[in-house]
Design a protein around this ligand. Structure first.
Ligand code: NAD
Length: 248
């Protein structure tokens, strides 16, 4: 029987790469996304490949999460990996961030991570599975324009530690990956030319990460190789955090 991995926000970008990686490793990859058109495109691109399922789900909506995970757990009684990857970014000067902006970012990034983890918990216990939450280097280091995004990602890191303690007692590990910049649709949307130059100057490896490099970190944390790693934040950031200079 195949193991099951559930990945949120996986119709494209980092999440899609993570889903493909789990699939290559022999897992059934369950892809969740809010964007029906992107999900349909993703399904079309993966047509003919076994071991993928697709669910339209808004991780920030309690009812949508409950209904989706009820369907998933009816189909797959155990889940072996949950990757809370769905995220949105709104980059604005702090004084221009509306309460709607703030709530939207917290709703997807933080509430979504909490809701999906809780909805999946029984299936994770059944599978002796583990959780990886996708945080960000913006939750480790404060910088301009990221008051909502950076705060949501910092909160995800503490949520991960809480989960490692409270779910750890049930045999479920929880860790987080904090990526540095990665070239995706999100980066195209929020990384201005100034931000790109600053990253190039500040990251010791002097480049963006790839979606494959982030999926490697996620898969490692879910694998048996990481069986005693619980409650940790793995920065996959080219040394950006370690360097500690040249904030964009
Ligand atoms: P992306 O925008 O390309 O993909 C995000 C996916 O999440 C999209 O398919 C989108 O439809 C989906 N999504 C958004 N809101 C959702 C919701 N409410 N419910 C379900 N799905 C939803 O972005 P990406 O760069 O691949 O980002 C993936 C994760 O990595 C995010 O959590 C992001 O914050 C994090 N991250 C990205 C970078 C980067 O530079 N790209 C850096 C650090 C962290």
């Amino acid at each position: 029987m195949k193991k099951t991995a559930v990945i949120t926000g996986a119709a494209r970008g980092i999440g899609l790469e993570i889903a493909k990686r789990f699939n290559r490793e022999g897992y059934h990859a369950v892809i969740l996304d809010i964007d029906a058109a992107e999900l349909a495109r993703c399904e079309e691109n993966l047509k003919g490949q076994e071991g993928f399922s697709f669910f339209n789900c808004d991780v920030s909506n309690h009812q949508s999460v409950s209904e989706t995970f009820a369907q998933i757990t009816a189909q797959f009684s155990a889940v072996h990996a949950l990757v809370n990857n769905a995220g949105i970014a709104i980059f604005k000067p702090a004084q221009e961030v509306s309460f709607e902006d703030w709530s939207a970012v917290m709703g997807v990034n933080l509430n979504g991570t909490f809701l999906c983890s809780q909805a999946c918990l029984a299936a994770l216990v059944a599978g002796k599975g583990s959780i990886v939450n996708i945080a960000s280097i913006s939750g480790v280091r404060a910088s301009t324009l990221r008051i909502a995004y950076g705060t949501s990602k910092a909160a995800i890191m503490h949520l991960t530690k809480q989960q490692s303690v409270e779910y750890g007692n049930m045999g479920v590990r929880a860790n987080a990956v904090a990526p540095g910049p990665v070239e995706t649709e999100m980066a195209k949307l929020v990384h201005s030319a100034d931000i790109r130059t600053s990253y190039a100057d500040a990251i010791p490896l002097a480049r963006y990460g790839t979606t494959e490099e982030i999926s490697n970190a996620v898969y490692f944390l879910c694998s048996e190789q990481a069986s005693y790693i619980n409650g940790q934040i793995l920065c996959a950031d080219g040394g950006f955090d370690a360097a500690g200079v040249g904030l964009p």
